[in-house]
Design a binder for this molecule. Structure first.
Ligand SMILES: C[S@@+](CC[C@H](N)C(=O)[O-])C[C@H]1O[C@@H](n2cnc3c(N)ncnc32)[C@H](O)[C@@H]1O
Length: 214
């Protein structure tokens, strides 16, 4: 069964303001986020363009800018994009679907997707990774994060609002196999324990993957 994109859009439209307030300074509390984003910025070696897919209110997009990477953000939710544009007026934020990217083949240098796949079923994760592979140029860099595990949890309430959404956990081996089968190389998955008091208590993974030259 596919996770309904309307349900995802509705959930983030509903919690947009609260999400933006709650997670505005997230990276301050997450050393590993900062470390992998710095490494991503170095791997890019100044290449452009760079997109933050499932950018939410834009905290990661803005953090990349601080690191000297002029990234743009893409998200399904119009309301969350309003929050992103208000908070970060110098950055381009665009509405779009990472399962069906509007970019031409091999035109993007780098893509970040922090927790953007957390509502996808396995088949949708494959579709998203295929799309990312398609639009990345040769030697393009992909950095993604997700919750490690199996199965899902259902949320009826989030940040004080009524919602109806699944959050899905993925085994590291599934994500690795999926990227490899699509053609990504130099796949590296870094795991960490959750930070107490600042986030949901699940194990996390960061994935670096590169599109080969040929
Ligand atoms: C868990 S939030 C993560 C937001 C942000 N990257 C962060 O780390 O704070 C997931 C985000 O992905 C977006 N999203 C989910 N499915 C999407 C899709 N198919 N295309 C674009 N954005 C999507 C949601 O609207 C939401 O803003």
């Amino acid at each position: 069964m596919k996770q309904n994109l309307k349900a995802i859009t509705h959930m983030y439209d509903t919690v947009a303001r609260e999400w933006a307030v709650q997670f505005a300074a997230e990276h301050q509390h997450k050393a590993k986020d900062r470390e992998v984003l710095l490494r991503f910025s170095e791997d890019l070696q100044g290449r452009q363009p760079v997109w933050d897919l499932g950018c939410g209110p834009g905290a990661t997009t803005a953090y990349l800018k601080k690191l000297g990477v002029e990234a743009s953000g893409l998200d399904l939710s119009a309301k969350i994009l309003e929050q992103a544009r208000n908070a970060h007026p110098g950055i381009l934020f665009q509405q779009g679907d990472m399962l069906k990217l509007g970019f031409s083949d091999a035109t993007i240098a780098g893509i970040v997707a922090f927790y953007a796949i957390v509502h996808f079923r396995e088949q949708q994760v494959e579709t998203a990774f295929q799309e990312i592979f398609r639009v990345l140029e040769a030697k393009g860099v992909f950095l993604c994060s997700f919750h490690i595990g199996e199965g899902s949890i259902h949320l009826d309430e989030f940040l004080g609002k009524k919602v109806d959404i699944e959050v899905i956990f993925f085994p590291v081996a599934f994500i690795h196999r999926c990227l490899k089968d699509i053609g990504f190389r130099q796949i590296e998955i870094i795991e960490r324990e959750p930070y107490p008091g600042v986030e949901y208590q699940s194990r996390r993974a960061y994935v670096f993957a590169t599109k080969p030259s040929r």
